[in-house]
Design a protein around this ligand. Structure first.
Ligand SMILES: [Zn+2]
Length: 525
């Protein structure tokens, strides 16, 4: 009885949501491909209308009523839980909701328009990153690293204010703080998260420290300074997240290759046709267009698109495989599923798949198969670089996740000190000097604007490693671009859509709960 009442409710409510989401996607697509101001205003209006659909208290009460009376069908129950989580975050005083969106929009604008200076000359974020990637002059590197943190001083107060508003929302909904709320609404168990991260750290600390010692030696030689004089300025990116030892050679491999054709052939070998996806996508650089990359499911009916800015280098090869990975996932979801379940299961599962696909680019097998690269020394160097990056990135994910936990527990503490305490804890490197009174934590985009999200990247990496091993077994080969591997992904990961919670889906695919084994052994290899 309750089941059929809920089903009727869905039939009436969902078409409105589906329609609004489709309009929202269209406005977003126009904005990202053109930079149109009209599209930006339209997007804000539609976003507000979309949120309004999920803030009707009468409907929320109805959903709670359905929940209390119990839904017997597991897939109806899944849809009910998805809706309740969606509504819950909006069940707060409207003025608070409004203040938060305004503050977030203003923070985003300040961030986007911020330009730093070195010796009186203005630099964009990309220009700063380029200096850290290539420059040999130590003094200029130090200035560039320093300049990369300037934005933090401008943003810090705004972020702290916003964090307190976010905590108010959480308290209103019965959570201790925003960090706990976000994990819960995203179906992630906090104890499990920290236990997993601790396990990853403990099991790879030895490899990490060994790697850091080698890195320090290399960097000290590269810049002709003593090891004790090294600092984050010597790394190749502002947040110590990438391989600190440059290997530009992998970039050159793709110089004269058609990377779109390689991507097409890669997916074709797995049995996935990406012609439609390519046709709908916006692939090349253009004035006014978003400079990054993403994939979007426009209507949950097969209109899947990617935005890219293809250039013939390794980074775009990886990005292309990554975004098309999200794309084939969306495309292969069972089209007969109800709308709420006709999407990916979680950020973790779709990121894991996309990361797995992108990662192939730096494997020997890929470079041999698709780029005819046979230089053993180079192939070994590239694989070593991937391992370094995997270790380094994990430390930054540990740092950011623990920082956010402590930040939302007490936004008034000395946050810069907290940031560098955690840096020393996870990187086994001393903090740089003269950072007192700075706000280096606030320079990291995600802390202010994509809060309580970073852990998903690392959980995605971990699941990607497990999935990789499984696909090799299925393919009975040393490479995953084989039809049986594609078929396995389609049946086990893609088709079920959002029928199962992400952790159950992982168990369904791998026959056991999310395990760190594969990731750990990759790091310790
Ligand atoms: Zn992605």
């Amino acid at each position: 009885m309750n089941d059929s009442a809920f089903d009727s409710f869905l039939k009436e409510f969902i078409p409105q949501v589906a329609d609004k989401e489709n309009q929202l996607s269209k406005a977003l697509w126009i904005l990202e491909t053109t930079g149109s101001e009209d599209a930006s205003r339209l997007l804000a209006t539609l976003d507000n209308e979309f949120k309004l659909l999920f803030s009707d208290e009468k409907i929320y009460e109805k959903l709670i009523y359905f929940q209390k009376n119990g839904i017997t069908d597991p897939f109806l129950n899944r849809q009910l839980n998805i809706l309740i989580n969606e509504f819950k975050a909006n069940m707060i005083p409207k003025n608070l909701l409004k203040e938060i969106s305004e503050k977030e929009a203003s923070l985003a604008l300040t961030y986007a328009n911020f330009r730093t200076q070195i010796d009186g000359k203005v630099f964009t974020e990309n220009e700063i990153r380029d200096i850290l990637k290539q420059e040999k002059d130590v003094e200029l590197r130090k200035k560039a690293w320093d300049a990369s943190k300037d934005v933090g001083i401008t943003l810090a107060d705004k972020i702290v204010y916003l964090a307190k508003l976010r905590n108010k929302v959480a308290n209103h909904l019965g959570y201790d703080n925003y960090f706990d709320m976000m994990l819960d609404l995203n179906e992630i168990n906090k104890d499990m998260l920290f236990e997993t991260f601790n396990d990853l750290k403990v099991q790879t600390d030895e490899s990490f420290v060994k790697m850091i010692n080698e890195v320090n030696e290399t960097l000290a030689n590269e810049y002709n300074v003593g090891i004790e004089d090294l600092g984050p300025w010597a790394w190749k990116d502002p947040f110590c997240q990438k391989d600190p030892i440059e290997h530009t050679k992998i970039f050159k491999i793709f110089e004269n290759l058609d990377i779109l054709e390689i991507a097409r052939s890669f997916y074709d070998k797995m049995g996935f046709c990406i012609e439609d996806l390519i046709k709908r996508s916006d692939l090349y650089e253009r004035e006014g267009k978003n400079q990054h990359a993403f994939c979007i499911d426009m209507d949950r009916k097969g209109d899947v698109r990617t935005l890219n800015n293809i250039k013939p280098n390794a980074q775009w090869m990886e990005t292309l495989l990554h975004e098309f990975g999200h794309g084939v996932y969306y495309q292969c979801i069972d089209s007969k599923l109800p709308w709420l379940l006709r999407t990916v299961s979680h950020t973790i599962t779709t990121e894991a798949l996309a990361i797995l696909m992108g990662r192939q680019v730096s494997t020997k097998e890929f470079l041999q198969d698709f780029c005819a690269c046979e230089d053993e020394q180079l192939l070994n160097d590239i694989e070593k670089g991937t391992k370094r990056e995997q270790l380094v990135f994990s430390r930054s994910a540990f740092l950011i996740t623990e920082f956010e936990k402590c930040f939302y527990e007490d936004p008034d503490q000395d946050l810069n000190n907290l940031w560098w305490d955690l840096f020393e804890k996870y990187y086994s490197i001393k903090r740089p000097e003269n950072r007192e009174g700075k706000q280096d934590w606030a320079a990291k985009y995600h802390i202010g604007l994509a809060p309580v999200y970073y852990h998903c990247y690392l959980l995605g990496e971990v699941f990607a490693s497990t999935l990789h091993n499984q696909l090799l077994q299925v393919a009975k080969d040393d490479k995953i671009w084989k039809k049986p591997a594609g078929k396995f992904l389609e049946e086990k990961l893609f088709l079920p859509g959002n029928k199962y919670r992400w952790d159950y889906l992982i168990e369904y695919i791998t026959q056991k709960p999310l395990s760190s084994d594969a990731w750990v052994s990759e790091c310790n290899r």
